[in-house]
Design a protein around this ligand. Structure first.
Ligand SMILES: Cc1ncc(COP(=O)(O)O)c(C=O)c1O
Length: 404
């Protein structure tokens, strides 16, 4: 029998919010199960299948009894070697295999990193709009997220002056992500350099999330902060994974790159939590990162086409404005122009209420900005089929056009 005194769930875990993005997806799927035609802009995952050569490598691995066993906690030696080579090829960062820890997705790389670096009360500067997992992961590790907000006026990028205004004696880490989820912002090299130099100048760690490194469009380019500012080598952790680049969200393979002492400590932690990533998934990831980038290029082309379509169509809706996303696969339109309008008998005064209207009345799933520390916006993933995208935005245009 449960003890009659005390809380059944710890205060630490009770304080964790459910993932808003997964909640939107769950609602959309439940409506679909009832036979409704729902268009989902909620999920942050490519709509493509994993490229065939990667799947083949996994099938082969399944048949090999060696793959039925544990691997070293830090990952298959061949995968760690391949990640060293892939990192050199893609960003130019030089690391050794001892600086690589293979994790259960980028998500575990982030959780490991904060658990390894933070002591209670240490502050982490988090740039909003932020990916919804970041603050939760920091709090679970005993840290304190200090949010620095930005908006369209700077392209959702934070200048050094704003970071400096948030810095205190307790600041230990700057958390950086470019391209960004949820805004699609991509920092140019000069701004990355300025931020990196500021971090070095104040002895701060940088945790940089490069999971969308290959998804940049037009003239935007991805630059890795520890490459632009090599002085960060000893105080920087890079987070990455195969999920977004190779349409491999379900395989759960990510990694962290960092100084050897941090990677060793994080490996010890992971050895007691989850041990190694599924052996078969590691073999699939090996095929992905050791292979060429042809499939990635094809997917990027499709995302780019959809990006231009969604950007154009959203701006055609009265009350909606959207800056052009330059990376990842999200548009982040402002919807404050719709506040206070009567739409199908309801008057919404927040992006959360507008998102509810969208799913209830138009069967269109979007994630409200509240989930990203940025009320007033929708996050709309354009990693869905071209026809669905057009149909979904058309439904929103009709719904919001019905306003009186
Ligand atoms: C910015 C960012 N980082 C990391 C991740 C983690 O991805 P995964 O755990 O699927 O590798 C995501 C996934 O949505 C993301 O958007």
């Amino acid at each position: 029998m449960a003890p009659s005194t005390g809380n059944r769930v710890s205060a630490r875990v009770a304080a964790v919010s459910p993932s808003a993005t997964l909640a939107v997806d769950a609602k959309a799927k439940a409506l679909q199960a009832q036979g409704e035609s729902v268009i989902g802009f909620g999920a942050g995952e490519p709509d493509f299948p994993t490229p065939a050569h990667i799947v083949e490598a996994a099938v082969e691995a399944c048949r090999d009894p060696k793959t039925h066993k544990y691997t070293p906690t830090a990952g298959l030696p061949a995968l760690r070697e391949a990640l060293v080579a892939k990192t050199r090829r893609d960003s130019g960062l030089e690391v050794t295999p001892a600086q690589v820890l293979v994790t259960n997705g980028g998500k575990q790389a982030i959780a490991n990193t904060f658990a390894t670096l933070l002591d209670p009360g240490d502050e982490v500067i988090v740039l909003a709009p932020y990916w919804t997992t970041y603050p939760e992961s920091i709090v679970l590790a005993g840290g304190v997220p200090v949010v620095v907000s930005s908006d369209e006026s700077t392209g959702f990028r934070s200048p050094v002056a704003d970071l400096e205004a948030a810095r205190t004696e307790r600041t230990k880490i700057l958390l950086f992500v470019s391209p960004s989820n949820p805004t699609g912002a991509v920092y140019p090299r000069s701004e990355i350099e300025a931020i990196g130099r500021w971090a070095v100048g104040h002895g701060l760690w940088v945790v940089t999330d490069e999971i969308y490194e290959h998804l940049v469009y037009g003239s935007a380019e991805h630059h890795s902060m520890p490459v632009v500012v090599p002085e960060l080598a000893d105080t920087c952790v890079v987070v990455n994974g195969v999920a977004k680049t190779y349409a491999m969200t379900g395989w759960r393979v990510g990694w962290m790159l960092g100084p050897v002492d941090v990677i060793t400590a994080a490996t010890n932690l992971q050895s007691h939590e989850t041990s190694n990533v599924a052996n078969v998934s590691q073999r699939a990831a090996l095929a992905a990162v050791a292979g060429d980038l042809v499939a990635v290029g094809e997917m990027r082309e499709a995302f780019d086409r959809r990006r231009r379509t969604i950007h154009r169509m959203l701006n055609e809706i009265d009350g909606v404005t959207c800056i052009e996303p330059e990376g990842a696969f999200y548009a982040f339109p402002s919807v404050t122009g719709l506040y206070g309008r009567e739409i199908r008998g309801r008057t919404a005064r927040s992006s959360a209420e507008l998102a509810e209207l969208a799913i209830d009345e138009a069967k269109v799933a979007v994630v409200p900005g509240e989930a990203f520390g940025a009320p007033g916006y929708f996050r709309m993933s354009y990693a869905l089929g071209d026809d669905d995208l057009v149909e979904g935005v058309s439904r929103l245009a009709k719904l919001f056009g019905d306003a009186v």
